[in-house]
Design a protein around this ligand. Sequence first.
Ligand code: ATP
Ligand code: MG
Length: 438
Amino acid sequence: MGTAAQSRVCATARTAVLASADASFRERMRSALSDLRWQVREAQGGAEILACLDASPAEAVVLDSWLPDLEIQEFVAEFKRVHPEVDLIMADASVAAGSAARGPRRNEVLHALRRAQATDDAIWNSAPDEAVMRTFGNGGTAGADSEPGRAEVRWHGPGLSAPSVAVSAEPQCGSVAAAGTAAGKVSGLPEFVGSHPAMLEVSRRIRLVAPRTTPVLIEGPTGSGKELVANALHRLSQRSRRKLIALNCAAIPEGLLEAELFGHTRGAFTGAVDGRCGRIEAANGGTLFLDEIGEMPLGLQAKLLRFLESGELQRVGDNESVKVDVRIVAATHQPLARLVAQGGFRADLYYRLAVFVIRTPSLEGRSEDIETLTRHFLEKFAKESPAKQITAPALARLVAHSWRGNVRELEHALERAWILAEDRPRIDAGEIELDEPD
Ligand SMILES: Nc1ncnc2c1ncn2[C@@H]1O[C@H](COP(=O)(O)OP(=O)(O)OP(=O)(O)O)[C@@H](O)[C@H]1O
Ligand SMILES: [Mg+2]
C-alpha cells in the first residue's frame, strides 16, 4: 500500500462523526465509541457533518433520523455522491438506504449504538420480552413492521431486537400523508383510540421518542389529545418513576408565571411569605410538560431558554443556581412556527423545543375513528350506569358533524346524549345535541 493510501487509512481509522441534535445521546455515544478507541467528532446538523468531513476524513458517520436542518433522504443521496467511501449508519442502528460503503469496523459502531441506547433507557437492560412489551405497549411486535423500501432496523445484539423504524422519506413532522406510508402496520398505543393513519403515526412517534431525552413539541387543535400524548411520553420513558409536572402557561397570570416556573425565595416579592420551589425543580429527574407554550410572555421565554441551555436555574430573588435535570415536553394549539414568524415567539427557543414534533390530528374526516371513539366512550359510561347502544341515525349525525372541539367535544356530546336518553337502552338521533349547526 502506498504512503498516501496508508496516511488516508490512518486518518480515517476509527474516526466517526456523530450527528444528532440530542446532546445527551451524543455524549453517551461518544463515551461508548471512545471505549472502543474511536475518535469522535460531533455535529448538530447536516451542514456541520459536511464541514467536519471537509476538514478531515472519517470512517463512519452516525446520523440521527431527524436533524433540524435537513431532509434525511435528500441528505443521504447527496452524502453518497460526495462521500461514497464513508460508512453511513443511522442512529437507530439501521443502514442508510442505498448506502454502499461498509466500514470494516461497522459492528463496533453498532455495538456502541446499542450501549448508548442501553444507558438511555433501562428497556435494553431488562429481559428481551419485557423490553419489547414496554417499547410497544399492548399488541406491538418488535421488528415485525418493516416494509419494502424502508431501511431495515435491527439490533445486532444477541437475542434482542429493537423496533423497526422507518428512516427513509420521513418528513420532519408527522402529517397525514406521511402517516399513510410511515405508520404502516404499527399498532396504536392503548390509550389512543382510533386507527386512522394519522392517529397511528402519533403512537409510532411516541414510541420512537419516549425513551430518549429529546425535547418534544406537541401541536394540535383543542381537544385532540395533546395532554394524552404528554402523559404517554412520560409513561413510556425511563423517567416514569419520577414525576410528570404540568404547567399551563395560559392559565396562570403573567406576573405569577415566572415564580411558578422557577420558584422564589422568601420575601422575593410582596406576598412571598415562604420560599417555594418552582415547577421545573419539582420535575427534577422527570418530565416537565409546558402546556400552551405559545402563551408564554417573551421575557419569560428568554429565561426558559437560558435554563434549557445551561440546565441551571435561579429562583426569583435568589443568586444561587440550582442544577435541574428535566425532559421538556411542550404543547400548543397554535402552530409555533407561525407565532415565530409573527414575532410572538422566540425563534431560538422554538428550535430548542421543536427537536421532535408530534401532531395530534383533528377529528374531522376521521369517520371510522368517530365510530370507534363513540363505542369507547359508551363503554366508559357503562361502567357507572346500565349500558346503552347507539342507533344508526344517531351515529350518522355524529359522523356528519364537524367537531371543532375534537375528541373532547365528542365525549361531551355523548355524555349529554346519555343523560337525555334517561333509562332507555338506546341513544337516538334526537338525543344528539351538537354545539353548532352541521
Ligand atoms: N385518540 C384518543 N383516544 C381516546 N381519548 C382521546 C383521544 N384523544 C383525546 N382523547 C380524550 O379527549 C379529551 C381531550 O384530550 P386532551 O385533554 O389530551 O386534549 P388537548 O389537545 O390537550 O386539548 P386542549 O388543547 O383543549 O388542552 C380527554 O378526555 C382525552 O382522554
Ligand atoms: Mg390540553
